[in-house]
Design a protein around this ligand. Structure first.
Ligand code: VL7
Length: 134
């Protein structure tokens, strides 16, 4: 029985988001705004089908995927690059590999206690975001 990520989650803390944004080439002004945000995630999980919407006062991002099925991801409003993405289960972790111009790009979601974790990776940078249920 895989983990259940369903719910509404609010960011409570993050580490090295600046490093991750630098690796993605996000400009200074955008980084200054982005690092102040407290985004909310709404995860809808039905079997192996997911939607994740991330909203904030500045930008919003929506992604939809099924485990094991590669999809074209357009990171519109983020770094605006396109990549081929696939999400798989690694035990109870949700692991996304985003193949494109940037090496070693991807993310991992998992639940620890009552917290939702998101590790964001790009090139040599790793950022961790932690969310709590709204
Ligand atoms: C999404 C941000 C930095 C640009 C704005 C920051 C707006 C709110 O991909 C993500 O989540 C996955 C897993 O839940 C689902 O797609 C992380 C935030 C990455 C990258 C680029 C800064 C401008 C943040 C949308």
């Amino acid at each position: 029985m895989p983990a259940d990520f369903n719910g509404t989650w609010n960011l409570v803390r993050s580490e090295n988001f600046e490093g991750y944004m630098l690796a993605l080439g996000i400009d200074f002004a955008t980084r200054m705004i982005a690092k102040m945000l407290k985004p909310q995630k709404v995860v809808k999980q039905e079997g192996d089908s997911f939607t994740i919407s991330t909203t904030s006062t500045f930008r919003n991002y929506f992604v939809q995927f099924t485990i094991g099925e590669e999809f074209e991801e357009d990171n519109k409003g983020l770094d605006n690059r396109k990549c081929k993405s696939v999400v798989t289960w690694d035990n109870d972790k949700l692991v996304c590999v985003q193949t494109g111009e940037k090496k070693n790009r991807g993310w991992t979601h998992w639940i620890e206690g009552d917290e939702l974790y998101l590790e964001l990776r790009c090139e040599g940078e790793v950022s961790t975001q932690v969310f709590k249920r709204a």
